[in-house]
Write a protein that binds this ligand. Sequence first.
Ligand code: GA4
Length: 343
Amino acid sequence: MVVPTSTPNLWSRKTRAVGIPTIDLSLPRPELSEAIVKACEEFGFFKVINHGVPRDAVLRLEEEGVEFFNKPSEQKHRAGPAMPFGYGCKNIGPNGDMGELEYLLLQSDAMSVTERSKTISEDPAKFSSAVNKYVGAVREVAGEILDLVCEGLGISDRTAFSRLIRDVHSDSLLRINHYPPSSSVVRAGKKGATWDPHLKLVDQLTRSHDRIGFGEHSDPQILTILRSNDVEGLQICLADGLWITVPPDPSEFFVIVGDILEVLTNGRFTSVRHRAMLSNSRKPRMSTVYFGAPPLNSWIVSRPEMVLPERPNRYKPFTWGEYKKALYSLRLADTRLDLFKVQ
Ligand code: GA4
């Protein structure tokens, strides 16, 4: 069952109120798998409730995040730069993209986490245990959802997708984002950077409402599981190009269809474009984002069940490693799947 929730019309004039699908993972099948497929087809995005992730796993990671981001800047920079992993501040990726945030980007396997924790925390064992617990729990949610996707799509091999992220060599990532409140950015920028002489006074004053924290993009991986504190910021783009604001819900998770799931389903699902805006709240926004990815050498091909006479194969075969190479050569907002489309 899809429970519609009402969404307040915030910030941008181009947003509008729309219900975000909410899926109760404790529902019986086949109702559950049908609801997931519908949400993936219509939005490429949904919220899950009754997900089974222990509250403690969520709170421990949140505490570690707060502790890290509260440190003095020089100390945080010792864990960077995030090229490709570690602490990053404002720079996103290698090609000049910028955002109004700081973050930690980590490979999600236990060995990399242990190694990386030494530069992040004074108690690396505590930090890596919090990350591993959290990643283990959200990977379970992602795996369960991918099995339900296969079931709902009538794919005979029910674990065909979840195996890719459960593989010991899976290239999955964890990102912890920390966004300042919009007001602090405007105050800090008063010296010039945010004041645009071409804007009318009224627009100058309301501009803080439109500050982008992390620019629009689709996630390259299979499935993303996102959780944030109670500060709003996430927006998703609907099929008709309109942006909607997602009300935060710290006790639940949001699921985002990535580029690779689009290919595996031969375009029946579309990876959803999304972005993070700075909030008008006084509190920083913190989000923890798990990106479920295949191993680097996995071949990515549409499932045979998804290729039909009326829907011929849309993508050339490629490995996840090849796709990663392509995406790191492009900008954040680029639609990299175009490079792999059959003409
Ligand atoms: C977007 C989704 C994930 O946050 C991410 C990002 C990655 C990065 O920050 O290093 C990328 C971006 C993301 C896509 C294009 C490239 C790579 C920054 C960038 C400009 C970790 C990912 O996997 O792809």
